[in-house]
Design a protein around this ligand. Structure first.
Ligand code: RAM
Length: 855
């Protein structure tokens, strides 16, 4: 509904139990008309076969497929209807309207807007196209339109403002109707950013755009749109900010305000404000919604006598209360991720006060959830509640971009499983319209470095391409505007970070699209991002100059190396120039591959050559002739091995041995930051040191991945020791408990522990190569690939490994199973079971105690 493309691409899955089934041809039907058979094995993102869609056009799409050459096709699938949104700026006739209300104190209240209209006959279809400068919700005849949270979300508004299309036919009444809107500051005009942040980043006034198109039975069309004649009033939301929280005075509710029969003569007028229809775009992904309700697991009384609810899980969201009490009673809800000395630990929130207040109307049972704020929390303190809290009175509503779940992992180890859950929850808490660093403090920015390292894990766990596609479009727009890829997108100049190319952060411009391509096979995404990818590589190549080394400018380096002083997280052991120069090689190589894929032969040659020069320069500058690195750190070796920077088998082996020595010397505790952590297990695996990788993974002493789990963490933390071993909160002012970056190792867990990895773009071919180790006796991974569900599970006992692999129709896989007589071997669609001799988990413990010499 409301797709922004004239030629939407079409994907389907085939459900069949026929072993080895693969598609050989397909045919698409549009509105019942077959569009011709296409001989192709592809069933993902196929080209639109018919004439392009115009604005508002609808088509019913069905598909049938052929398997074996001689066999008949399948029946036609059930049709799916696709409807275009408003594809041309000229389609927009609605004005953007702002309420005529007096300026208020900060954080500002939300406003109400309303407009009555009459239908002149039966309506067969009604579509509501809407957006805002600010955040908004719409109501039609007293019913909420859609269930989006914080629409239109956060984009680089000057370049791209998303609108939504809703089918509101069922909400209309004969005769009189009313369209109403809530409007608040949100990201557009509210406070955003750290160290005080900024207000009015995008403009001084907020406004609403709503265009309701009514198609009558007689074929005529009428548009009801925001404009002159609308009325405005202060809303019961007395103040609201994303960081501050919301204050709702229910005594000021105006029952029936968005329905016919309400007297708005005391309301104010509105005025039109400028907006640019050229910037309007349809969403490419799902909206943010309240997706899950969580009940408190415990009601605590704090040492100071406060009532604190523990939801048992750190989330992004807000509370929903159901309450009865006298008019004027004030209920206050405070949020925190952690407790300190039994009270809410709010220091890590910095200036994001995160307090919601509800003043009762006194009118029977009142149900309330804030509209225009969001909090990162596990605990909530409830003050002013009338009487005892009963089950169900206060629940938490988890808010996130409503993506489809696509990845699972479980094992025989409860700690590892909890860690994996924590990674999942940190993704959920930070995939809130844009990929943020954290959901709780006065920050919540689209930090490029964080998603750069986390993208592979994200693409496994959820279908997030649509959401990231929007964010990448903003990245490209801002890159053009500011002359580089900012360290966070959307960019807000806070006077703290320069707009200068920064390695591992700005590299998101190249690595995120490439990762999404690898995981989904979406070449169009690469071609859309190509000029951004290229501009980034051109810029860092220029920085690197004739030396082909990127050793200048502002660098964050191996951010949050555990030895960095708490307040100076960039002071890592690894030379930032080594990190930057490694990324230069990596991104230039990816760009060369992208160019080749997009048939840009000249670029492919040019960047391949540049990548080779950068690699040679890296070699001369940072590598000894034997394979030692200038920064003798795990991050440096992990980069060298994973980014293919070390030529020569002997030198690679030497680098590998040195990495293992460092990992062992470090007692298998983490010694890497944002850059090295996502790579170190892969690097160890690549040099045959799988046992060391497992020891690192399963370590529980601080710093380690599982340390946070043993400390009761339910999400991934920003710092290894966000909670110190003595149970106190890390003293650093930058201490989040919901940061996904260091959870990026989950991608290695999926690919290597469980053994499910893409072997070709979009999982058409897979590599099934589980490497059981550590104390694990069992592991299972499942991923919803573009072709359907793929699943790998293994179990080992009594000297045997049993492996079960299921791969979807039209796919193939190479299975690596040392010890199996046919290793490695190819499989086709279906379920396969193998057994072979394998060491038991107990033997791994022996290996742990006496490390085997490395090959
Ligand atoms: C912190 C963010 C983020 C990181 C930057 C450099 O403020 O939380 O995780 O990318 O710093």
């Amino acid at each position: 509904m409301g797709i922004g493309l004239a030629r939407p691409r079409i994907s389907w899955n085939v459900a069949t139990s026929n072993p080895g089934w693969a598609q050989t041809a397909y045919e698409i039907q549009l509105d019942g008309v077959p569009q011709g058979r296409v001989a192709s094995a592809d069933s993902h993102l196929r080209a639109w076969p018919g004439s392009p869609l115009g604005s508002r056009d609808r088509r019913a799409v069905a598909v049938r497929v052929w398997g074996a050459e001689q066999a008949p096709p399948t029946a036609w699938s059930d049709p799916v209807v696709v409807e275009a949104g408003l594809l041309e700026p000229a389609d927009w006739t609605a004005a953007m309207i702002a309420p005529d209300l007096p300026e208020a104190e900060l954080p500002r209240p939300a406003a109400l807007l309303r407009h009555g209209f009459s239908l002149r006959g039966p309506v067969v279809a009604a579509r509501l196209y809407s957006t805002a400068h600010g955040v908004y919700e719409l109501e039609l005849n007293g019913s909420r339109v859609g269930d989006d949270v914080l629409a239109p979300g956060w984009t680089s508004y000057g370049h791209r403002l998303r609108y939504r299309t809703h089918d509101v036919t069922a909400l209309l009444s004969d005769g009189d109707n009313v369209l109403g809107g809530w409007l608040a500051d949100g990201w557009y005009r509210g406070r955003v950013g750290f160290e005080g942040g900024r207000r009015h980043v995008y403009g001084d006034e907020i406004g609403l755009v709503a265009q309701l198109e009514l198609r009558y039975q007689d074929g005529t069309v009428e548009t009801v749109a925001t404009g002159a004649g609308w009325r405005s009033a202060p809303s019961p939301i007395a103040s609201v900010g994303l960081y501050e929280g919301e204050r709702h005075d229910a005594r000021k509710n105006q029952p029936g305000w968005s329905a016919p029969g309400f007297d708005d003569t005391s309301w104010q007028s509105v005025h039109a404000i400028p907006y640019d229809p050229e910037t309007l775009v349809a969403p490419t992904g799902p909206p943010v919604r309240g997706v899950e309700i969580i009940e408190p697991v415990e009601v605590l009384t704090s040492p100071s006598g406060k009532t604190i609810l523990d939801f048992g899980q750190n989330i992004a969201g807000r509370l929903r209360i159901t309450v009865r009490g006298e008019t004027g009673r004030v209920i206050t809800l405070r949020h925190a991720e952690v407790l300190e000395h039994g009270e809410l630990g709010v220091r890590p929130l910095r200036t994001a006060t995160s307090v919601d207040t509800y003043i009762l109307s006194g009118d029977g049972t009142e149900v309330w959830e804030p509209r225009f704020t969001l909090h990162g929390f596990r605990y909530a303190q409830v003050d002013g509640w009338p009487g005892e809290l009963a089950t169900g009175d206060v629940v938490a509503v988890v808010c996130q971009t409503d993506m489809e779940r696509s990845g699972w992992f479980t094992s025989s180890d409860p700690l590892l499983d909890r860690f994996h859950d924590n990674v999942l929850w940190s993704m959920r808490g930070n995939f809130v319209d844009i990929p943020t660093d954290c959901p709780q403090r006065d920050e919540r920015m689209g930090w490029t470095g964080d998603i750069q390292v986390f993208a592979p894990t994200a693409a496994y766990l959820y279908s997030c391409t649509g959401m990231l596609e929007s964010w990448l479009a903003d990245l490209a727009a801002e890159q053009e505007q500011y002359g580089t890829v900012p360290v966070y997108v959307p960019w807000i100049d806070l006077g703290i970070f320069p707009t200068e190319p920064t390695a591992a952060w700005g590299d998101a411009a190249v690595i995120v699209p490439w990762t999404l391509y690898e995981r989904t096979g979406d070449v169009e995404l690469l071609s859309r991002q190509y000029s951004s990818m290229k501009a980034w590589v051109d810029q860092i190549t220029e920085r690197a100059g004739d030396a082909h080394l990127w050793d200048s400018g502002f660098q964050l380096g191996d951010w949050l190396d555990p030895t960095a002083p708490p307040e100076r997280p960039a002071e890592a052991r690894t030379d930032p120039a080594l990190v930057a120069s490694a990324y230069l090689v990596r991104c230039t190589t990816i760009l060369a591959d992208t160019a080749a894929l997009l048939d840009r032969a000249d670029d492919a040659l040019r960047y391949k050559d540049l990548a080779e020069r950068a690699r040679e320069a890296f070699d001369t500058e940072f590598l000894s002739s034997s394979g030692r690195m200038a920064s003798d750190t795990q991050t440096a070796y992990a980069l060298g091995l994973q980014f293919d920077l070390i030529e020569g088998a002997d030198r690679r082996a030497r680098a590998g041995r040195r990495l293992v020595e460092l990992v062992r010397a470090g007692g298998h505790r983490i010694a890497t930051g944002f850059v090295g952590t996502p790579l170190v297990c892969d690097a160890l695996t690549s040099v045959g040191a799988i046992d060391d990788a497992y020891q690192l993974l399963l370590q529980t002493e601080c710093p380690s991945w599982l340390y946070a789990v043993t400390m009761g963490g339910t999400t991934v933390w920003e710092r290894w020791d966000s909670i110190l071993p003595d149970g106190s909160i890390h003293p650093g002012e930058m201490t989040s408990f919901n940061h996904y970056a260091l959870g990026a190792v989950a991608d290695w867990i999926h690919r290597t522990v469980a053994g499910l990895a893409p072997g070709s773009p979009g999982y058409r071919h897979m590599i099934i190569q589980p490497l059981p180790g550590g104390r694990l006796t069992q592991a299972r991974a499942a991923h919803l690939t573009p072709y359907g569900l793929a699943e790998v599970s293994w179990e080992r006992a009594h000297g045997e490994l049993e492996l079960t692999v299921q791969i979807p129709p039209s796919t193939t896989a190479t299975v690596h199973l040392p010890g199996h007589p046919d290793d490695p071997f190819e499989i086709t669609a279906g379920t396969h079971r193998f057994t072979c001799p394998f060491r038991d988990a107990d033997d791994d413990r022996v290996i742990t105690a006496n490390p085997a010499p490395l090959g």
